[in-house]
Design a protein around this ligand. Structure first.
Ligand SMILES: NC(=O)c1ccc[n+]([C@@H]2O[C@H](COP(=O)([O-])OP(=O)(O)OC[C@H]3O[C@@H](n4cnc5c(N)ncnc54)[C@H](OP(=O)(O)O)[C@@H]3O)[C@@H](O)[C@H]2O)c1
Length: 291
């Protein structure tokens, strides 16, 4: 297949490398040619463009059979979310409609679920996040699902949990730097997924995802923040981090969710196995690697 990875970064680059290993011809899109060397080293052809600039998409070499959109907001706020996700996706749909496209995989986020009661959420649970950024992700998903339904645009949406892996994992990194704090009473659930399993899920979605369908991409075991730190503390023989002060916790409380993201559809419908079924296998690997 001729594949384009739009936003060939932390997830996109290893995804591209794996698709190349499987015999596909892969192009990786970024806004600048600065990191072209690492793409070339992975066998991925670097291309330059910006999803917020439609003319830069039209100038790309094509056609493409499979497109995966892994652009991120680069830590930007709501204005960047609107430009990159909502408008960027609109531009991609317009550019790709009517061409050779057979599958379009979009990486959304489990932050579309605003639930805070610690209960299970599945792909049919309501998506009413309190945060403006979460609302923009929902708007982007709606564009894709509508395009699939009304215009046969072959979009598949992956709602990805907190990604960790080489050099990534926010709480883990904070803990290593002795900067971690347990918020509240520590019972809030973390939903996580190893980067390599996001790659596996994207490939499963390209191969078998049903257009218009949404799949959660999380591992098998949501874990409370406290249990996560307890496990790290045993593995690394370090004391537990301190609890955050009431003031710190109150500052973070607004918009904080607490939910148990189900991956049943990913496993049973998409037939996607996980290399790291829980944070234990995944972080044991990262500790061996010295992430
Ligand atoms: N990190 C998480 O925990 C998490 C959780 C849930 C979902 N996700 C989603 O998973 C996906 C992959 O995340 P990631 O961590 O791999 O992101 P990342 O490392 O930040 O990579 C994003 C890539 O997009 C490129 N990019 C940014 N803006 C662009 C634009 N306007 N046009 C074209 N390319 C652009 C960046 O390259 P340049 O800056 O060089 O252009 C970069 O290569 C994203 O959709 C993210 O929202 C992430």
């Amino acid at each position: 297949m001729r594949v384009l990875i739009v936003g060939c970064g932390y997830v996109g680059l290893p995804l591209g490398a794996e698709l190349v290993r499987r015999g596909h011809a892969v192009c990786g899109l970024r806004r600048s040619a600065d990191g072209a060397g690492e793409l070339l080293a992975a066998g991925v052809t670097p291309v330059v463009g910006d999803v917020t600039e439609p003319e830069s998409l039209r100038a790309l070499p094509g056609p493409f059979d499979w497109v995966v959109n892994t652009v991120s907001s680069s830590k930007g706020g709501a204005d960047v979310y609107r430009a990159v996700y909502v408008e960027g996706t609109r531009n991609l749909i317009a550019w790709l409609t009517g061409g050779a496209l057979q599958k379009f995989v979009h990486t959304s986020s489990t932050s579309v679920y605003g639930q805070a009661d610690g209960g299970e959420v599945t792909e049919v649970s309501e998506t009413e996040p309190r945060a403006e950024t979460g609302k923009l992700l929902v708007e982007t998903e709606n564009l894709l699902v509508a395009a699939a339904r009304e215009r046969s645009f072959p979009a598949v949406v992956l709602r990805v949990a907190g990604i960790y892996g080489p050099g990534r994992g926010h709480l883990f990194q904070q803990y290593l730097r002795d900067e971690a704090r347990i918020s509240g009473d520590g019972i809030r659930l973390l939903n996580m997924i190893h980067r390599d399993d996001v790659v596996g899920a994207a490939i499963a979605a390209l191969e078998r995802g049903e257009p218009g369908r949404i799949y959660n991409v999380a591992d098998d075991e949501p874990v409370s923040q406290l249990d996560f730190f307890r496990w790290l503390s045993v593995q690394l023989r370090k004391p537990l981090p301190p609890f955050a002060s009431a003031e710190e916790s109150a500052g973070r409380k607004r918009g904080v969710t607490n939910k148990r993201v189900s991956n049943r559809r990913l496993r049973e419908e998409l037939g996607c196995g996980l290399k790291y079924p829980t944070f234990r296998e995944g972080y044991a690997e990262e500790m061996r690697r010295g992430s």
